[in-house]
Design a protein around this ligand. Structure first.
Ligand SMILES: [Zn+2]
Length: 183
């Protein structure tokens, strides 16, 4: 059984990642507080999409943390009807896109992986899907400026709709999907 106690938010990399996230997200609308319903819908859009499934991401449910819960978490759900789902719990004051991207990145990277290179690659890709390429690239630049390496993805880079042209991001460049269809 993995993940029951590996919230991923207490490893040594957490502080450095948090500083880079603050530099990238702080004061932007990614920090705006939203309803659990909206955040659950945004997560469902990502998790229900082709890219997430092709990347091997698990099913995810998003719920409110307990009122006294002070930090958000991503853990394997213990609810019988959500067996093999990761349950993201969002604490009051952390119900925003930035936190959702962080927790979804744990889901994609593997919640046992903490905040290392693989997590950081996942967070950039999840943020790109949730909030667009510019936000993903901003986070990548902040990781770089904090000397935090970004691991190689073992999944395909996410696609995104830009205007009416479907494109793929690979190594910071964009190509039309007709030239590089998702495999
Ligand atoms: Zn974390």
């Amino acid at each position: 059984m993995i993940g029951k106690e590996a919230a991923g938010c207490h490893d040594r990399g957490r502080t450095a990642v948090g500083a880079a996230e603050l530099a990238s997200f702080g004061g932007t609308d990614l920090d705006d507080q939203r309803s659990i319903e909206e955040l659950a819908r945004r997560a469902a859009d990502v998790v229900g999409g082709h890219w997430w499934r092709s990347a091997g991401g698990p099913p995810v449910i998003v719920v409110a943390a307990r009122e006294d819960g002070r930090s958000s978490t991503a853990r394997w759900s213990s609810r019988p009807t959500f067996d093999r789902c990761v349950e993201i719990r969002l604490a009051r004051g952390q119900r925003d896109i930035a936190t959702l991207a962080h927790e979804l990145a744990h889901c994609l990277a593997g919640i046992e992986h903490g905040h290392g290179e693989r997590f950081r690659a996942a967070e950039i890709d999840v943020l790109t899907v949730l909030a667009g390429e510019a936000q993903g690239q901003s986070l990548a630049a902040c990781f770089d400026s904090f000397a935090l390496a970004i691991g190689p993805q073992t999944w395909s880079a996410p696609g995104a709709v830009v205007g009416d042209t479907f494109v793929l991001r690979r190594r910071g460049a964009w190509w039309g999907a007709q030239d590089h269809p998702i495999g």
